[in-house]
Design a protein around this ligand. Structure first.
Ligand code: 1PW
Ligand code: ADP
Ligand code: CA
Length: 526
């Protein structure tokens, strides 16, 4: 056998494929091979019956065979598992092929071998378990990945298990089957555990965090699934499973949210106050509707048309080349794309290390219908281009979108532009800034007792709002939608989490400037 194994196999003519013409060669990159298995030609197939038996005449001529399962790119970012079977004359040759392919696969160190899987049976259309069993588990088995599966029993089960109990050393990655809320549980569990193990205090907004070594995979089974959509390009369990199997990775930005020097939460996709906070708060009470609750609550919130007064302060990202108004739509490996492939500025300074705080803080007071911080595009099936279409996945910034008070008609025009090709930022009452940090303070101070009530006694919340002095028709506070979870605090400070350790290394995809090393075992491949 000759040796093109590093880049891929080009199956030569002395092997015969059972699809297509005889004698054609078939190229499959090793990095996209999922599994190989030898077939017992006489008895048809050794395992799952996917192999189609050759016509009798050919099997006599080629009595030995093996099947290669590989990734096939289908339409719109969709990946599928395909099989191709090769037949040959000699048993020894056949075995040599199988063994060599297996050796090549074992040498791929980025592929996970042991995964810890958490299934949320309650998210989305409550199909998490079925999706995993029918679509994902067979692929993990095919790829010889061993799994430990936990079906969660309550909210924060997965987070707490990861934070305290899970024997993380045994695994190469964790996988969540659910929506953005489930992904958020993974991030919180893993990041908190890593900081605790390394003695880092999450309550200090200035503290540098230690990166987690485990990667997180998402099998979409939630309602919006925007983290999956914005990183993979589609919400499809099979595609995500295949990205996980081949060991794809994508770094992401993580925002830390604090209130009075107390850590509240991390956010990786949307932090939304006003419209998206109100939609979420209302929709939680309508979970029985499934994903349609967002349409219902969205419509209702749109009609109530509440605005909120307050002050937004932010630190613009001055050391980057891109803006939120760019026409780029990159979804992976963004740090590089943002600098047009360059890693160094004209004066040969590494772009990663340029001083961050050139411009200083800016302050904007006003009445806002929505304040959204999108650390990634937040693309999802509802809005395929997302809240901030040009946001990058791992550039250490978040796009702060301010929608000021305007008429219902104008707000509707703005919302509808999320679903069309028109620019949602090109409106007089909308502004967008790419920022490193920001802060929001509501006009009226929220007392601790109000916060307690909002956290513990949600029914009283509406009463308090109605009684508040701000305005007879608009409540004083909204809540923050933090990756689909409600944060009752109105006043928050947000910063991109900084990582400790070497910044520039060969594997740029895995070392963005400020993104915690939360790797998704997937991402669009070039
Ligand atoms: C009147 C026409 C309105 C069209 C508006 C379209 C804009 C849609 C933009 C959606 C951006 C969603 C950002 C994602 C947030 C998720 O983290 C969160 C939770 O997702 P999950 O339920 O956990 O999958 N979903 C929502 C709706 O807040
Ligand atoms: N077994 C469970 N029972 C109830 N809630 C759960 C369970 N497991 C996870 N959760 C919570 O369910 C919420 C929604 O989960 P998510 O997977 O994001 O689905 P969705 O996209 O439908 O919101 C999250 O807040 C998560 O913490
Ligand atoms: Ca970003």
């Amino acid at each position: 056998m000759h040796h093109p194994f590093k880049v891929g196999f080009c199956f030569p003519k002395f092997l015969r494929r059972d699809k297509g013409e005889s004698g054609t060669s078939h190229g499959v990159s090793v990095s996209e091979i999922l599994a190989v298995r030898e077939l017992d030609v006489d008895s048809g197939t050794k395992d799952d019956g996917r192999w189609q038996k050759m016509p009798q005449k050919s099997t006599e001529a080629y009595p030995y065979a093996f099947t290669v399962s590989y990734v096939e790119r289908a339409w719109q970012h969709r990946w599928r598992c395909s099989d191709v079977t090769f037949h040959c004359l000699e048993g020894a040759l056949c075995q040599q092929w199988v063994q060599t392919i297996r050796e090549q696969l074992t040498a791929l160190t980025s592929r996970p071998k042991h995964l810890l899987v958490y299934i949320n049976p309650y998210g989305g259309k409550q199909q998490g378990e079925r999706i995993y069993e029918q679509k994902v588990a067979p692929l993990f088995t095919l790829a010889s990945i061993s799994t430990h599966v936990i079906v969660t029993e309550h909210a924060n089960h997965a987070r707490d298990h990861l934070r305290t109990e899970a024997e993380l050393k045994k695994y190469d990655g964790v996988v969540c089957v659910g929506g953005d809320g489930m992904f958020s549980e993974m991030v919180h569990g893993l990041v908190s555990r890593t900081q605790r193990d390394n003695g880092v205090d999450q309550n200090s907004p200035e503290e540098k965090l230690v990166p987690c070594t485990l990667r997180i995979g998402i099998i979409p089974a939630g309602s919006t699934d925007c983290i999956c959509y914005a990183t993979v390009g589609i919400n499809d369990p099979v595609t995500s499973a295949l990205h996980i199997i081949v060991g794809d990775a994508q770094a992401m930005d993580v925002c830390s949210v604090h209130h009075n020097n107390t850590f509240l939460r991390y956010s990786v996709s949307l932090l939304g106050y006003g419209f998206y906070g109100d939609v979420l708060a209302d929709s939680e009470r309508k979970r029985w509707m499934g994903p349609a609750r967002y349409d219902f609550s969205g419509f209702k919130t749109f009609l109530t048309h509440h605005y909120y007064e307050g002050t937004v302060s932010f630190l613009p990202a001055t050391d980057i080349l891109g803006t939120p108004r760019d026409k780029t739509r990159c979804r992976a490996g963004c740090f590089i794309c943002q600098h047009n492939g360059q890693l160094y500025s004209e004066d040969h300074q590494p772009l990663f290390l340029l001083p961050e705080y050139k411009g200083g803080w800016r302050v904007i007071r006003g009445k806002f219908l929505a304040i959204n911080a999108a650390s990634m595009s937040c693309a999802c099936p509802r809005s395929p281009k997302g809240l901030s279409p040009a946001a990058h996945l791992a550039d250490g910034t978040t796009d702060l979108i301010l929608v000021r008070k305007c008429s219902r008609f104008n707000f509707l025009r703005h919302l509808l532009r999320h679903t069309s090709k028109y620019d949602q930022f090109d409106m007089t009452f909308v502004e967008v800034h790419r920022v490193r940090r920001f802060r929001f303070t509501p006009r009226y101070c929220q007392s601790d007792s109000e916060l307690d009530l909002r956290e513990n006694g949600k029914k009283l919340f509406s009463q308090i709002c109605r009684d508040h002095p701000a305005c007879s028709c608009s409540p004083a506070y909204s809540s923050w939608n933090c990756d689909g979870e409600i944060l009752p605090h109105a006043a928050i400070e947000v910063g991109l989490v900084r990582i400790e350790g070497k910044i520039l290394d060969e594997n740029l995809l895995q070392s963005a400037q400020t993104g915690v090393k939360v790797h998704l075992p997937f991402g669009q491949r070039p």
